[in-house]
Design a protein around this ligand. Sequence first.
Ligand SMILES: Cc1cc2nc3c(=O)[nH]c(=O)nc-3n(C[C@H](O)[C@H](O)[C@H](O)COP(=O)(O)OP(=O)(O)OC[C@H]3O[C@@H](n4cnc5c(N)ncnc54)[C@H](O)[C@@H]3O)c2cc1C
Length: 469
Amino acid sequence: MAANVRESAMTDRRVGLRKCVEELTALFGDRVATGEAVCRQHANALTGLPVEPPDAVAWPVSTVEVQRIVEAATRHRVPLIAFGGGTSLEGHVNAPNGGISIDFSRMNRVLAVRPEDLDCTVEAGITLDDLRRELKPTGLFFPVDPGSGTATLGGMAATRASGTNTVRYGSMRDNVLNLKVVLASGACIQTAGRARKSASGYDLTRLLIGSEGTLALTTELTLKLYGVPASMVAAVSTFSSVDQAAEAAIAAIQAGLSVARMELLDALQIRAVNQRSGLTLTEAPTLFTELHGSEGACREDLLSFRSIAADCQATSFVSATDDEGRRALWRARHDAFWAVKLLWPGKAVLVTDVAVPLSHLASAIRETEADIASSGLLAPILGHVGDGNFHCIIVFDPSDRALSRTIEGFLDRLVARALRCDGTATGEHGVGQGKKRFMVGEHGGAIDVMRGLKSALDPLGILNPGKIF
Ligand SMILES: Cc1cc2nc3c(=O)[nH]c(=O)nc-3n(C[C@H](O)[C@H](O)[C@H](O)COP(=O)(O)OP(=O)(O)OC[C@H]3O[C@@H](n4cnc5c(N)ncnc54)[C@H](O)[C@@H]3O)c2cc1C
């Protein structure tokens, strides 16, 4: 009996999907595809999680077309998975229940840049690299800087992304003024205007930022922009222990220095970066720091930071003011993930992140280092330590079952440690599938409020099912 019910549900699902794809093909032509290879390209590829491709992919070119997709999917109860750059790290774009991936890459225009208001409006599928290129002649920049330039602004908003600049400029939460979104009902709304502040009603912008495509589909974003600072100074300091490096980072932030970036890389990560980028950095725990401000302020803050680093027993301290030197350094930092892949070719890599209040950062990293050593794992540590956020890049062989269990145990302890000191299971990568199991532990009863919001906004559960909850 139960098997019959299951089978009939499967048949209904297949029929619904077929009809939905037929309707969309009639509207979109070859901008709908069902080939196995293209569907696979639209599933998670960057984590240790299984690859779960959608059944079809659609490429809309306008908000109205996104509405047409939602209407068809609602009629036939077909899951919809928004797809930006596919760079998310917790299985966000997987399709565990099948469905249609909405690839936003053809909605990639800058619609307006308003230097006088320091803002711009873009379509959701524009990549960060393309936005940077378009903004360059204006002397303005968008500061949120996750490690991947192929991430899209829609995907970055959906994951509440942050990155190396967050310590000074904030995350996507702080830098999006307004979203244009299509709801599961098919309606299109704007979440706010362009005013820098507003006390008008519920803050729908902030509700949707970080909702991972489970509450609405973003088609346009209005973003805050900033003038390129008059002066930028980078410093590289090495320490004998990760702990000392973290202490120096904390002291610099607490002293109120004009820190724009504060990145920690452990010795193993430096080895990988050296090999990938042809650098000769000392293989020791290292802080990459960048200060932004006027020339005088940067010079003064650099001196203060040098003395903080010395107090924390820095073993070396080198600064760079020239643009090329700074850029090479940050390119190397951004390539850290790929550097690890290169150093251990043929191995899989799982990147995880947690964040803690700054005062707990040094002890959290120290305990994590000890845990990595006693678990026998290979896992370089790096992090945006100015925000109390750090990552472990776990290198593993997916066919080693015992190792997979060791990694699960390590992840459980990592998150438990972060939560014990009032931190979070993920500072920036998001929940997706990989961190679902930690949500009740972190949010307690608040998870029921989140579930209530989900069913109010998406009563049929068609938007990115199987994520967050
Ligand atoms: C090398 C590397 C380094 C990274 N470093 C960082 C880092 O420093 N900081 C950081 O925050 N992240 C980092 N990430 C993770 C990743 O880059 C971010 O999560 C990024 O924000 C995802 O953007 P995307 O366009 O690739 O989204 P996707 O992976 O395509 O999608 C992510 C989620 O957003 C949803 N989504 C996508 N577009 C839309 C839309 N238009 N409307 C509604 N929902 C949508 C998807 O359904 C999915 O749930 C890194 C990843 C890599 C590979």
